[in-house]
Structures are given as structure tokens and as C-alpha cells.
Design a protein around this ligand. Structure first.
Ligand SMILES: Cc1cc2nc3c(=O)[nH]c(=O)nc-3n(C[C@H](O)[C@H](O)[C@H](O)COP(=O)(O)OP(=O)(O)OC[C@H]3O[C@@H](n4cnc5c(N)ncnc54)[C@H](O)[C@@H]3O)c2cc1C
Length: 458
């Protein structure tokens, strides 16, 4: 049995930085990773997908080149080996960087293998047994494959396997019209595939406001993506041409025949094979590790960070978990999960930048509200760029004058939303932002104008 000051399981978005802080504080750390350093974001999530989004954007703009007065000779062709090669290189560089960083860290012992608890203070990795008074779980998640009819009879893609494709599917059927599915749908449509999105719910990306969801549908349909919503019973079956997807929708044909099908219906935590029961660590019904406001599990000395605790589903939330734990354990701080304002982006083009509550969540509170909305066609920078799809909107509490939430669905929306996020984090009233002097011409410069248009909600 080898003794350490701390054990970290999983080299995702929180673990490696935590190892850095703990070893700098003089602790010995055993770091266990079973597969690829950098976890989901680096290898099968944010980084490769956003690299492909950039290739897809280049293809889209090339097709529109004539609108900008740029004359090209021939049709746009996609060379998947180059597009995939870019994504592979970006991921590989980041992965190698994380591994090198950990292996070169004084006080950190890296073990490659699957970690499993044997007791609240003991973890087994292959033939080795490790013990420490502090154990940090950063095991992330994987694609959820639902037990839908026929799933065992067809070969399907997930966010991991689709990144290995060396070809553009002839007809990609994306099951799941939410964040992961929509990004892949648009990427492959822009690469030249026929794409159908099949969604069980009545609208795409159902957690967002209805106007956001409808505009996203318009954007995707405008590029030729077929959208089938209210597909209450989805079935899969083999077909000569690939796979047939049964869709019981209120309208449209009952089946879609695709060459490939991507299952993008959610994620599940990597907690089922961690031996949590041997440590007595509690999970919820979906397997997410239950944590308190400072990321501690029910077992003293064990913390859970990142996607596996179900309190965030993003790289920045996993990283923030590390920051909270490091500040509280090493700096005597009392940072809390509940201090975090929800913010994220959907990287279709144009992107959706989101912060705080949706308008419907704010309305459900029953508080008096102020709201404003502006189409991107009335944002100078968007007009100049020839990218006027989407809108920006904001909702604030009419009494406190604090912004409750905002959505910027439009060019630069993933960046511009930070102006709103910053003012919310500062705890300031919205007139502070309204009276700022932003740079012209930017998308952000219209946020003060938007705030000046605030009206009481009916
Ligand atoms: C297609 C896709 C696109 C995404 N795009 C974005 C985006 O643009 N922006 C964003 O913020 N987020 C995005 N995400 C989400 C983001 O990738 C995750 O939220 C983030 O990676 C979570 O980090 P984590 O540290 O919790 O875990 P992970 O990054 O999943 O890392 C967990 C690590 O633990 C290891 N592990 C698991 N079990 C064990 C074990 N028993 N023993 C040893 N090691 C183990 C795994 O091998 C893995 O390396 C995307 C996700 C997907 C799927």
C-alpha cells in the first residue's frame, strides 16, 4: 500500500490544476488516469468540435463568397483528412501538454489505469493499492446510449466515434436536438451531408426560451437541415443504405433512412465502475455524486469535481470546481458552488451565448420584470459582416434593477455575452452597463442600447 497526501482520479478539467496547487503546497499526490489525458473536453468534446466548427464555418463562408465580392473558381470541396487532421492535432497537442505537465510535476506520481475505491481512504489501480486522507474524484462522463428499440441491431455513432470518421456521411441522422447534436448537425451539413435532426421534445433545445429555440430551428432549416420534433417513439433498424430511424411525429413521413446515425441524447457520469459503494459515497438516481456547496461528498475526505457531480456540464464549471476546492482547502476561503452564475454557449453558427435565467424561468418567479429584445439585423457589426441571423435579449428584475439573464444568439454572441456576465458577477445594477461606452463597431456596443430599451413585461 502506497501512502500519499492526496489521490486525484481523472485527468479532466479540474484534476490536473488541482494537482498543481496541492503539490505546490507541499503535498504528495497520486494522479490516476485510465484513458486519455485532458478528458472529454480535450479529446472528444470542446476542442475537436470547435476545431471542426471552424472548418465548417470556412466552408459556409466560401459558399457565400460571391456575396462579399470574392470570386472563386469551383465548387467548395471538403477534404475530411485535413479537417479531421486539424481537430486531431489540436486535441493531441493539448493532451500531450496535460500529460507532460503532470509527469513533470514535483510531488506528483502519475498512474495509468482504472481507479476503483476499496474503502473511504483506499483506491486500487491494477495491482497497486494507494491510500490518502484526501481523495478527489474528477471522472467526468460519457455519451448516454438509451435503450431505444433496435439500438443493439445497428452501428451508431456517439460524440466520440463520430470524431474518427474519415468521410462525410451521405445522410447523417442526429437523434437528439440539443447542444451536442445541433453542433454536429450543422458541422456535417456544412461539410456537405444531408442531415436530419430527430428530437423527442416538441422543440429543439427545449431548455431554452421558445423564441431562442424557434430561431435556432430557422437558422438550421435555412441551411437545409431537416428537423423532426415531437418524435415520441424513436426506433432504429438496419437498412441496405445504412440505418432506418422510425420517427412517430405528428407530421412528416414515419421513417428517415440515413447512412449514419448519431446518438446525442445526453450524458451519463463515469461513476458506475468506481467502487463508490466500497467508500460509502452517495450518488443520485442518475449516478451523479452528491456534493454540498463546497463540493464535499457525504464521506469526509472525499470531494467530487466536474461533470460527475451533476452540478455543471461544462469545462468552465469543472475548472471552477477546482478553484473552489483549492481556495477553500489551501487559502482559507469559503467559496461556494451557489456563488456561480450559470453561463455557456452553443457553438452553432451564429452561436448562442447564454447567462443566468431564461426569460421563462424569470417569469415563473412572478417578480416584476423588465425585458428587451433586438434583432441582429439592427446590430451594425452584424450587418457589416453579413451575418444578421438571430437576436439578443435580456431580462432584469424591475425592482432591484439587476440582470437576471440574457441570450445573444448571433455573430459573436459567445464573446459579447461576457459583458452581461461580468456585470452580473459584479452584483451591479444594469444602469452601470447601460452607461458604459463600448467600442464601435462591435456586437457588445448594442448591449447598452438594448438595456435602454427595457420595458415592463406584460
Ligand atoms: C461533443 C461535446 C462538446 C462539448 N463542447 C463543450 C464546449 O464547447 N464548452 C464547454 O465548456 N464544454 C463542452 N463540453 C463539455 C465538456 O467537455 C465537459 O463538461 C468537461 O470535459 C468535463 O470535464 P470533467 O473534468 O468533469 O471530466 P472529463 O473531461 O470527462 O474527464 C474525466 C477523466 O476521468 C477519467 N476517468 C474516468 N473514470 C476513471 C477511473 N475510474 N479511473 C481513472 N480515470 C478515470 C477519464 O478517462 C477522463 O480522462 C462538450 C462535451 C461534448 C461531449
Amino acid at each position: 500500500m502506497k501512502q500519499y497526501d492526496a489521490i486525484i482520479i481523472g485527468a479532466g478539467q479540474a484534476g490536473p490544476s488541482l494537482a498543481g496547487r496541492l503539490t505546490k503546497a507541499g503535498m504528495t499526490v497520486a494522479f490516476v488516469e485510465r484513458h486519455l489525458f485532458g478528458g472529454t473536453c480535450v479529446n472528444t468534446g470542446c476542442m475537436p468540435t470547435k476545431t471542426l466548427v471552424a472548418s465548417a464555418y470556412a466552408a459556409h463562408l466560401s459558399r457565400r463568397a460571391a456575396e462579399y465580392g470574392v470570386v472563386r473558381g469551383s465548387d467548395v470541396q471538403i477534404d475530411m483528412s485535413i479537417a479531421k487532421g486539424r481537430a486531431d492535432t489540436v486535441s493531441a497537442n493539448a493532451r500531450e501538454g496535460v500529460e507532460k505537465h503532470l509527469r513533470g510535476m514535483t510531488g506528483c506520481t502519475v498512474l495509468q489505469g482504472h481507479a476503483r475505491f476499496e474503502s473511504p481512504t483506499t483506491v486500487r489501480v491494477g495491482d497497486e493499492r494507494l491510500t490518502a486522507p484526501r481523495i478527489f474524484i474528477n471522472v467526468g462522463g460519457r455519451a448516454y446510449v438509451p435503450d431505444m428499440p433496435g439500438v443493439g441491431q445497428v452501428s451508431y455513432l456517439t460524440n466520440t466515434s463520430i470524431l474518427k470518421l474519415e468521410r462525410v456521411p451521405r445522410h447523417l441522422v442526429v437523434v437528439g436536438g440539443s447542444y451536442v447534436g445541433l453542433e454536429f448537425a450543422q458541422i456535417y451539413r456544412r461539410f456537405g451531408a444531408t442531415v436530419t435532426v430527430v428530437e423527442m421534445g416538441p422543440r429543439l433545445i427545449g431548455r431554452e426560451d421558445e423564441d431562442v429555440s424557434l430561431e435556432i430551428r430557422n437558422i438550421l432549416e435555412g441551411e437545409g437541415i431537416s428537423v423532426r420534433t415531437s418524435a415520441t417513439c424513436i426506433r432504429l433498424a438496419p437498412h441496405d443504405e445504412g440505418v432506418v430511424v422510425g420517427v412517430d411525429c405528428t407530421d412528416g413521413p414515419p421513417e428517415v433512412i440515413g447512412s449514419d446515425v448519431l446518438l446525442a441524447v445526453g450524458r451519463r457520469p463515469n461513476t458506475d465502475d468506481l467502487g463508490l459503494e466500497a467508500a460509502g459515497v452517495s450518488t443520485d438516481a442518475k449516478g451523479y455524486i452528491t456534493v454540498d456547496d463546497e463540493l464535499a461528498t457525504n464521506v469526509p475526505g472525499i470531494w467530487a469535481l466536474g461533470d460527475c457531480n451533476g452540478r455543471g456540464a461544462f469545462t468552465h464549471t469543472a475548472y471552477n470546481d477546482f478553484e473552489i476546492i483549492a481556495a477553500n482547502l489551501l487559502d482559507g476561503a469559503h467559496r461556494r458552488l451557489s456563488d456561480r452564475i450559470s453561463a455557456y454557449a452553443l457553438y452553432i453558427d451564429p452561436p448562442l451565448g447564454r447567462v443566468g435565467q431564461t426569460e421563462s424561468q424569470a417569469r415563473a418567479s412572478g417578480r416584476p420584470l423588465l425585458t428587451a429584445k433586438r434583432p441582429m439585423s439592427r446590430v451594425g457589426r452584424a450587418v457589416e459582416k453579413g451575418e444578421t441571423l438571430g437576436f439578443m435579449k435580456v431580462v432584469a428584475d424591475a425592482e432591484t434593477k439587476r440582470i437576471l439573464g440574457a441570450a445573444i444568439l448571433g455573430t459573436g454572441g459567445d464573446e459579447a455575452i461576457h459583458g452581461v456576465l461580468d456585470i452580473m458577477n459584479a452584483g451591479a445594477t444594469f444602469d452601470v452597463l447601460q452607461w458604459s461606452v463600448p467600442i464601435h463597431p462591435t456586437v457588445s456596443e448594442l448591449i447598452p442600447t438594448l438595456l435602454g430599451d427595457m420595458k415592463p413585461t406584460p
